[in-house]
Design a protein around this ligand. Structure first.
Ligand SMILES: NC(=O)c1ccc[n+]([C@@H]2O[C@H](COP(=O)([O-])OP(=O)(O)OC[C@H]3O[C@@H](n4cnc5c(N)ncnc54)[C@H](OP(=O)(O)O)[C@@H]3O)[C@@H](O)[C@H]2O)c1
Length: 288
C-alpha cells in the first residue's frame, strides 16, 4: 500500500517512521507540517494528486489543549478543517483514512470503561474540535477509521514521561494530580495498531461495516500521580510524589476525571487486544 502520513514529526508520526524502518510491507511518504499544512485545502489536494495514496494516516493535530482556549481559530483550522480536507481528498482518491481523536470527547463521569457508543460531552475547545473533526471526517467519507486514544507518550516529542524524567532528577518532591483516572498509551502501540488495522481491512472481502470509531489505549488504569511513581520506580528515581487534585492544579482547559476506554469493539472487529500500560511503559523507558 502507498501510505501518506501527515504530521509525521509528532509523537505518533515519529513512531510510525520508526516502525516503517522495521517493516518493508508498505511504501510510506512521511510529511512534516512544512511538507504539508493540512489546513491548506489546495495543498492537500495537490499532494494527493501527486501521490495517489491507498491510505492516509493523519497524525497532524493541534494538541496544545490549554492554549486552544485562547487560540480557538488555530485549533479549528487544524482539528476540524484540516481533518475535513484530508477526508475529502481520501474520498476523491478512494484512499483509506485513519485519523486519531481523543478520550476528551467523552468527558465521562462513568466508573466503567467508556464505550464508543456512550454519549460525548466535550468540555474545552480542544475536546469540542476533536469531536467536530471526527464528524467532519465521517460526513465527508465513509471509509474512515478513527481511533480515540488517551494520555499519549513516546520517546519522541514532549510528553508526561519525558517531563517526569527531567523533573524527577532535579527535584526531591513533585505534586501530581491523582483524581484523573485513565490509561497512559505508548505512541509506538498506536503506530503498530494503526498499520495492523490497515492490513486487516485490506484482507477483508467486505470491509464496509468495519469503518467508524474505535477506542484505542493501553490496557489497565492508573492516575497521573501513580503513573509518575511507576516511571520513577522503573528508573530508580527517588523523587517523592505528593498527590494533588485537578481543581488545585487549575489548568485552563477542563480535563475529564474518568478516561478509561473499553476495548471491546476493537477486539470484536479486529481481534486486537492492547497490552497493559505498565509493559509499554517499561519498553519505552528502556529506549530513553
Ligand atoms: N498527546 C496526547 O496525549 C493525546 C491524547 C489523546 C489523543 N491524541 C491525539 O492523537 C493524535 C496524535 O497526537 P500526538 O501526541 O502524536 O501529537 P503531537 O506530538 O502534538 O504531533 C502533532 C503533529 O501535528 C503537526 N501539525 C500541527 N499542525 C499542523 C498542520 N496544520 N499541518 C500539518 N501538521 C501539523 C505538528 O507539527 P509541528 O510540531 O511542526 O507544529 C506535529 O508534528 C492527535 O490527533 C491527538 O489529538 C493525543
Amino acid at each position: 500500500m502507498k501510505i501518506i502520513v501527515t504530521g509525521a514529526t509528532g509523537q505518533v508520526g515519529s513512531e510510525l517512521q520508526a516502525l516503517s524502518q522495521e517493516q518493508d510491507r508498505h511504501e510510506y511518504t512521511f510529511l512534516s507540517r512544512a511538507d504539508l499544512d493540512i489546513s491548506d485545502a489546495a495543498a492537500v489536494q495537490q499532494l494527493f494528486h501527486q501521490h495517489s495514496p491507498d491510505a492516509c494516516i493523519n497524525c497532524a493535530a493541534y494538541t496544545a489543549v490549554d492554549k486552544a482556549e485562547t487560540e480557538p481559530e488555530a485549533s479549528y483550522a487544524i482539528n476540524v478543517k484540516g481533518v475535513k480536507h484530508l477526508a475529502e481528498a481520501c474520498s476523491e482518491h478512494q484512499a483509506l483514512f485513519l485519523h486519531y481523536s481523543s478520550d476528551y470527547v467523552y468527558h465521562s463521569e462513568n466508573s466503567r470503561p467508556i464505550k464508543e457508543s456512550d454519549p460525548t460531552t466535550p468540555q474545552g475547545i480542544y475536546a469540542k474540535h476533536k469531536l467536530e473533526g471526527e464528524r467532519a471526517a465521517l460526513q465527508a467519507y465513509q471509509r474512515c477509521i478513527i481511533l480515540r486514544t488517551s494520555w499519549v507518550y513516546s520517546v519522541f516529542g514532549h510528553n508526561f514521561v519525558k517531563t517526569m524524567l527531567k523533573l524527577g532528577k532535579d527535584r526531591a518532591e513533585l505534586s501530581i494530580v491523582a483524581d484523573q483516572v485513565g490509561a497512559p498509551t505508548y505512541a509506538r502501540d498506536i503506530a503498530t495498531v494503526s498499520v495492523s488495522l490497515l492490513d486487516k481491512i485490506q484482507e477483508l472481502q467486505d470491509p464496509e461495516s468495519i469503518y467508524g470509531i474505535y477506542n484505542f489505549s493501553n490496557a489497565g488504569q492508573t492516575n497521573w500521580a501513580d503513573f509518575a511513581k511507576a516511571i520513577f520506580d522503573i528508573k530508580g528515581i527517588t523523587c517523592q510524589v505528593k498527590q494533588t487534585t485537578t481543581a488545585a492544579y487549575g489548568a485552563p482547559a477542563p480535563r475529564p476525571l474518568w478516561s478509561v476506554l473499553s476495548h471491546d469493539k476493537l477486539k470484536a472487529a479486529f481481534g486486537i487486544e492492547p497490552r497493559h500500560w505498565q509493559l509499554s511503559l517499561e519498553e519505552c523507558l528502556e529506549s530513553l
